[in-house]
Design a protein around this ligand. Structure first.
Ligand SMILES: [Zn+2]
Length: 102
């Protein structure tokens, strides 16, 4: 299965490892689509997400783990993080509009 990794014969579920920016980026993209500011084809949306995520330092979280990290809800509620996500998506949108792959 995808995202399951074996070290020796022990299996590890890497779907639990999440970049917390993904949720914020997807929310920003959803807003752009509602306002009809972005092309809604899969190529453009995935390019938008990839470009925006590459602009941000990844912030990983292990879901289901003991509270050793900032939780995704705290992360998403942080106004500076919202602002950074919005800015990353806006920059990605201008790149995708200049050079769409569809
Ligand atoms: Zn498109």
């Amino acid at each position: 299965m995808e995202n399951t990794y074996y070290f020796g014969n022990r299996e590890y579920d890497f779907t639990r490892l999440e970049n917390m920016w993904v949720k914020l980026i997807l929310e920003e993209i959803e807003m752009l689509l509602k306002k009809k500011e972005a092309c809604d084809c899969e190529d453009c949306i995935l390019d938008l997400a990839a470009l925006a995520l590459n602009k941000l330092s990844p912030k990983y979280w292990v879901s289901g783990a003991f509270n050793a990290f900032t939780s995704p809800s705290e992360f998403a509620a942080n106004p500076q993080n919202r602002k950074d996500a919005k800015q990353a998506v806006a920059q990605a949108l201008s790149l995708v509009k200049k050079n769409p792959h569809h």
